[in-house]
Design a protein around this ligand. Structure first.
Ligand SMILES: [Zn+2]
Length: 400
């Protein structure tokens, strides 16, 4: 199992210039190799990863600057290109609308990938040593346990530098709980689950989004290329990073809570959900919420794999319209917060009813063995990020 830890690094001005130059060289290489692939395809020639890999050596004559970059890093540029090609083909196969692979422009090439070799962490002196780069102070805010497989150097939009340290670790073992759960993710609340817990949408979103909007307005008024515009752009990038950090902290802790407390976690398949929901509003809030959902699911899968838990994706069709107790499908408006079944007189919070349907679908059982709705427990954002949620008391096992 591979883990990735992020550490802030503080390259000197000289080293920053070196890193930026190497990023630029890698960007050139990426585009050059992509050009080669496009050309081959146009001419109907087959071309694969080994072909472009071999080309790198030849290109060193055409562009001696390539020698300034550690050879393995150049190889990883080729690797990245082919992994992008593969992803695109995969999306096409699934019937998604895709364009062609784009050339990397301006600052869009942001990572140098030192895979297997070319790096060393000097723990005593707190320095990261990179081949053909030099020494960079690193803030080791957490212990590194396990074998280091690689280091990825990353430049963010606000021009901070990070080292993503790839670690090989053994799987963690946590005892089986005998519990299963269905989670409904919503617009009004982040998540409502079949044990009757409701997680509020993180409030920081509103505050930070408000700030982002303000700066965006300022930015649109500033003259292109002006110093002030550059300043505003950096501030905006910083805010986006802050938003992402806050959001990730929340999502990490919430997904940890579910993985620690349940053997099977059932959730909606968002790929399908976005297709089912027409009329989607493309507001900034909604955009960030969408991103949070997919990140949350990604984290659930990631943690589940390590802890030997199961995450089941279910088709979201009708999950909010089925009566979880008798199985009949009912017409329910988006504004209706209460689900009332005219057939069996089941009454429940709309999202709670949906979470039961998601659980039923995930477990492959027809109906939920429920009598009446429990009192929903509202869990605030603070309870999640301060870790209180991890010590929340659980109901008795409810295995079916
Ligand atoms: Zn019913």
């Amino acid at each position: 199992m591979l883990l990735s830890y992020r550490f802030r690094i503080y390259p000197s001005k000289t080293i920053q210039a070196k890193l930026n130059e190497q990023l630029e060289i890698c960007r050139w290489l990426y585009n050059r190799l992509l050009e080669e692939v496009n050309k081959a395809r146009k001419e109907g020639r087959k071309i694969n990863r080994q072909d472009t890999q071999a080309l790198i050596v030849k290109l060193k004559e055409e562009k001696p600057e390539l020698n300034k970059v550690y050879s393995k890093v150049l190889q990883m540029v080729n690797y990245q290109l082919w992994s992008n090609i593969k992803t695109l083909a995969e999306l096409k196969r699934k019937g998604k609308k895709t364009g062609t692979l784009r050339y990397k422009t301006g600052n869009s090439f942001k990572t140098l990938n030192f895979n297997q070799s070319g790096f060393k962490i000097d723990f005593k002196r707190r320095k990261l040593v990179l081949s053909k780069v030099g020494e960079i102070p690193i803030k080791l805010h957490r212990k590194i346990e396990g074998k280091i497989k690689g280091v990825i150097i990353k430049r963010t939009k606000s021009e901070k530098w990070f080292a993503l340290v790839q670690l090989e670790v053994v799987d963690e073992t946590i005892p089986k709980t005998g519990r299963v759960i269905g989670i409904d993710m919503g617009v009004h609340h982040f998540a409502t689950d079949s044990d009757g817990n409701r997680f509020e949408n993180p409030k920081f979103l509103d505050k930070t989004i408000e700030k982002i909007r303000k700066i965006q307005k300022v930015l649109s008024r500033k003259q292109k290329g002006s110093k002030n515009r550059e300043k505003a752009r950096k501030r905006l990038a910083k805010l986006y990073e802050k938003l992402e950090n806050q959001r990730n902290d929340f999502l990490h802790k919430l997904s940890r809570y579910y993985i620690n407390n349940y053997d099977v976690v059932c959730i909606e398949d968002l790929d399908i959900k976005s297709l089912v929901e027409n009329n989607r509003s493309h507001t900034l809030n909604r955009h960030i919420l969408d991103a949070s959902w997919s990140k949350f699911i990604q984290l659930l899968f990631y943690k589940a794999e390590r802890a030997n838990r199961r995450v089941v994706k279910v088709n979201p069709k009708n999950t909010s319209r089925i009566c979880a107790r008798c199985g009949k499908i009912i017409k329910i408006e988006l504004k209706d917060r209460l689900f009332v079944c005219p057939y069996c007189s089941w009454e429940a919070d709309r999202d709670y009813n949906a979470s039961l349907n998601i659980l039923n679908a995930g477990l492959g059982r027809p109906l939920a063995p429920v009598e009446r709705e429990p009192l929903l427990r509202i869990v605030s954002y603070w309870e999640v990020i301060t870790g209180q949620v991890l010590s929340m008391k659980q109901e008795a096992p409810c295995v079916s």
